[in-house]
Each structure stands twice: as C-alpha cells, then as structure tokens.
Design a protein around this ligand. Structure first.
Ligand code: ADP
Length: 444
C-alpha cells in the first residue's frame, strides 16, 4: 500500500482503492504505441550478435535490393515509403531469407522495424501457387494479431496470390474446413484450437513459424505454454523466428525453448539522459497549493506542449476539471478509455490540438511522447514502499542524447515528501546521469 502522509485518511483510502482498479496491460501499451507511431525509432548503437552458428555466413545489407526479394515485394516496400532497411532489418533480413533457412531470436525496442521484417520474411517464403497454410505467426492478443495483418496487407499489396487468415477469437472454422490461405496469424489459444481440436492446419506442412512479442507472451497467463505446444508439433526443418522488445532472463529462456540453434541478435536502446533537462521542484502544502503553483507556470507550459502526471485517476480527474473550469483546454488520458480512444487522445495532443495532456502514472507508462517539451509531476512517482520510482521519473522526463532536445520538468512535492527530492537527486548523481536540478524553496 502506498504510504503518503499529510492528507485525510478518508481521501487516502479512496485514492488507494482507485489505484488498484487502474491497470494497463503490457499488450495494450504495445498496441497503443503501434497505433500512434508514425516513423522508425532509431538507435545509435550497432546490432550485436550474441550467438551464432559458426557454419553460416553472416552479413548485413544496406539496401532492400541486395535481398533475394520478388519484385512485387520490393514494390510494396517502396510504396510503404521505406527507402532503406532499419538497423535491425539490415542484419536480420539476410539471415531470415537465407538458404538453408536459419532460426533467429531478435530483440530490439518497439518501433525499430521488427514487424516489417518478419512480415517480409513470411511473404517471401510462401509458395503462392500452393493453396494451404505454410506460415504461422503468433501474437499475444487479438488486436496485435490484426495489427500484424494490416502491415502484411500493406507490404504485400502487390502479392495477389498470397492469402492471409486470422486464428483469433470469433473466427470460427468448423472441422473439415479446407484452409486455402498460406499465412495464418493468430493468438496461441485459437491457433492451438485450429491445429489440434478442429484439425484444419497440417502442422507438418508449416515451413515458417514466427512468434512476436515474446516478452508479453510470457507475462500473460497461459500463452507461453500454448505457444510451446504448437511449436513442438512443427517439423524439425521449419524455420523459427522469435521477436521481443525486451530480453530479461525469463524471456531468453523461453526464446531458447522455442527456437533451437538460433542466431541471436539484439539492438541496444539509446540511453536516456537528464543532462539537457532543467528540473524544478516546488514544495507545496496541499493539492490546492500545487494547483496554484501549476497555474502560475501555466503560461510558460503552454509555450510548448506539456504533459502533467498524476498519481491516481482521481487526482487526474480533479485536475482536469479544475483546469477546464479555469478555461484551459486539456486532454486527459486514463486507463478506463479504450486503447483506440487513448490513441486518439494522444494523436490529437501530438498534432497540437491540445497543449496540455494530463495522464495517470499507470496509463502513461511506456508511452512514446518524445516531442513533449515540458513535464509536470503533479506528484512524484513512488513505488509501493513510498520510495521514489527512479525509473519512471527518468522515463517521464529523460531524453535520448541523440536528439539533443532540451526540456523542462516541474515537480510538485508536499512538504513531508522533500526527502524524495533529495533521494532522486542523489540517485541520478550516483548513476552518472548529469543532474541539472534547481530546488525552489517556495511556490512560485
Ligand atoms: P516494431 O515491430 O519493432 O515495433 P515496426 O515494424 O512496427 O517496428 O516499425 C515501426 C515503424 O517504422 C512503422 O511505422 C513502420 O511502418 C516503420 N518502418 C519499418 N521499417 C522501416 C524502414 N525500413 N524504413 C522506414 N520506416 C520503416
């Protein structure tokens, strides 16, 4: 239970209750980022090869023309506006398209071009003249499966003979159905059903198996086990490709169970830094005083675009109402909105329709809002023990050095929480992240 002093017990109790209700699943955050993303996420690092088959040649490519791709696919790639392969694609694509086929485990942060890469591999590997399932692709949720399908329809728009179907809830296939589609994208549960219960897929004929978002799969009850059951029934010669945005030990173990003798590649994420961020802390006595402080800086926050983070949905709602009543135009992002609705809120904010976006901690975690210039912590992020949540703090206000963008962060702290500011300051100094904080003893 989060412990924060200084407020009436009644209010605290309600906030805690509120907080427990708000939950954002990792699959939702992933989908949201896909929906709002308009371009590649770049990294200044090079792709690292962690493990490789010493017998297979290894090379990377600089242009799509160097790959053994059909002309329909090249045309599709250029129609997408892709001029050259992304960093992960430069290394992964030649391996994925090699003969004899190679197994691959690839990790890179979301937005770096993994989906486009394996979609190309699937479209490239299938034999379009044969009308039966040849490629299986697993994703953690219905929406993520459909999202992959959308990418496939776009890149493969000139591949008239290739057909795709979805093994997802609601898409029923009675026993005895003869599937003519070469590619099936689906969730593990329904795919398992199609393969073993309805028996509409002959697993012996599958030549390419793709598992996407492995880190989300292992965090979601049952999906990892179902994926392994499908994978076990595939022929030894079937090519296996696995992708993940993160690569903690559990993901790596799972990946190695799914993919035998893999080449393993990863692309490091650019480090976030605080060196070009000015950080201000305002010590306030109450929520109302925080609001006053916020209003005083409002003029400066609306020069750029600002994001205001609140600890709970209740305080986000309270703040949105207060600001709206005072004539400000604000957008609000909370977890009870559907993912599509949240994507819409973010897109409007990105296009400048609203200058201020109020979000709850939980809801904003992991969302890509790089272009924001000003961040306001209406309260500092803390963990369940009431200690500062350094990682969240860094993610909210940090920037990658690469883009060299500067920013300003304002944090409101109640008098009894001043120690948190000291802990944050000390933490980032100790971790060598350049610190540029200024502590204001009073409200502005
Ligand atoms: P990931 O699967 O790693 O999250 P995606 O394949 O979805 O990444 O790609 C992220 C974004 O970049 C998408 O909008 C996609 O259309 C775009 N993209 C992918 N590959 C390229 C490329 N080679 N050049 C330009 N844009 C690309």
């Amino acid at each position: 239970v989060r412990r924060r002093g200084g407020r009436g017990d009644e209010e605290k109790g309600e906030e805690e209750e509120e907080e427990e209700q708000e939950e954002v699943l990792p699959a939702e955050t992933s989908l949201l980022n896909k929906l709002i993303r308009t371009s590649l996420v770049e990294s200044c690092h090079d792709v690292e090869i962690l493990q490789r088959d010493p017998n297979s040649p290894l090379y990377s490519i600089r242009s799509f023309e160097e790959l053994p791709l059909k002309k329909e696919l090249l045309k599709g790639i250029y129609m997408m506006g892709f001029n050259r392969p992304s960093k992960i694609q430069e290394t992964a694509l030649p391996m994925m398209l090699a003969y004899p086929p190679q197994n691959l485990i690839a990790q890179s942060q979301s937005g770096t071009g993994k989906t486009a890469a394996f979609v190309l591999a699937m479209l490239s590997r299938v034999n379009a003249t044969e009308k039966y399932p040849q490629c299986l692709c697993l994703a953690p949720t219905y929406e993520l499966a459909l999202q992959i399908g959308n990418v496939m329809e776009s890149i493969g728009r000139f591949c008239a003979d290739i057909r795709l179907t979805y093994a997802v809830r609601g898409n029923r296939v009675p026993q005895g159905t003869v599937l003519k589609e070469q590619i099936i994208i689906g969730t593990p549960g329904t795919m398992l059903d199609w393969c073993f219960k309805q028996k509409v897929v002959d697993l012996k004929k599958i030549t390419l198996f793709v598992l996407d978002e492995a880190d989300i799969m292992i965090d979601t009850q049952g999906l990892a086990g179902q994926s392994i059951r499908i994978q076990r029934a595939l022929p030894k010669s079937c090519q296996m490709l696995l992708f993940s945005a993160t690569f903690k030990a559990t993901v790596r173990e799972f990946a190695e169970r799914i993919v035998s003798n893999p080449i393993m590649i990863m692309l490091r994420e650019d480090e976030l830094t605080l060196s070009n961020i000015r950080q201000y802390f305002f010590v306030c006595r109450s929520r109302e005083e925080k609001y006053e402080a916020l209003c005083n800086i409002y003029g400066s926050i609306t020069i750029g675009q600002a994001m205001i983070f609140c600890q709970t949905r209740r305080s986000a709602d309270w703040l949105a109402v207060a600001m709206t009543q005072d004539g400000h135009q604000v957008a609000i992002l909370t977890a009870e909105l559907t993912v599509a609705h949240r994507a819409n809120v973010i897109q409007r904010f990105r296009s400048g329709k609203e200058k201020v976006l109020i979000a709850t901690n939980v809801c904003a975690r992991g969302i890509d809002v790089q272009q924001v210039t000003i961040v306001v912590n209406f309260s500092l992020p803390t963990n369940l023990q009431g200690e500062p949540d350094f990682e969240t703090y860094l993610h909210r206000i940090g920037r990658t050095g690469r883009f060299g963008k500067s920013g300003i962060a304002f944090s409101m702290v109640e008098s009894q929480d001043v120690a948190l500011v000291e802990m944050i300051e000390e933490h980032f100094r100790a971790h060598g992240r350049a610190w540029q904080g200024t502590r204001e003893p009073d409200t502005p």
